[in-house]
Design a protein around this ligand. Sequence first.
Ligand code: HEM
Length: 213
Amino acid sequence: MFRFFQRPIPLVLGLAFLTTIPVLTALVQVVQIPTGTYPDDSARLAIAPVAWFAHVLAGVAFGITGTVQFVRALRHRFGALHRVSGRIFVVSGAVLGLSGLALLAQVTSLRTPLADSARGLFGLALLGALALALAAIRDRDILRHRAWMIRAYAIGMGLGAVGLVFFPIYLVTGQAPTGLGSDLLFVGSWLMSILLGETIIRRTSRPSVQVPA
Ligand code: HEM
């Protein structure tokens, strides 16, 4: 287990696996929203088309660049790519959080206030984590920067953990689970993603590295 978290390739593969369901769902909607071909289940989100489209587009960019940022070989050998991809990650993360909050405010929710409050909190936490990651890199504190970036990714991609739990249920029952039990599962899966991020930070951190300005 410990070795798993220290090895960059399995970690990247694990992250890619976690992001696949939400990124593919979002990618499909990037095409469906402008062409008006989205499924009836999602039609109520059309009340906020700009926030919805920005959200799914940002979700795709955030999921892909977030995974790319973890490839150590790219970070070390192609620093410029790491910086470009990092900027896309931060911008898309900010758009993801803001548009998620806008959707929460505008769309009639199918979930309980518990899940909605949690989503609001996760959206704010994502914005906060990105701001702290930027502040850390301005201070040249690589380790703190890395920790807040991982946190931002784990918060934003909490939907990946939700997908891993809900998708099999959907496949078996033919419908998305609803009600308080389902929302507890929803929030619990999202929290598991955040916990996984904290575990990765803890297991891969070394004493603080300060890079001269
Ligand atoms: C902190 C992060 C996030 C927050 C706060 C958030 C919030 C929301 C909210 C409030 C909605 C409206 C859903 C509804 O009322 O049923 C929504 C929908 C959606 N989100 Fe997110 N989201 C986040 C991250 C992501 C990520 C990372 C992705 C994809 C990579 C994503 C993809 C989607 C998609 C595809 C929908 C439309 C779902 C549907 O068709 O019913 N979201 N999100």
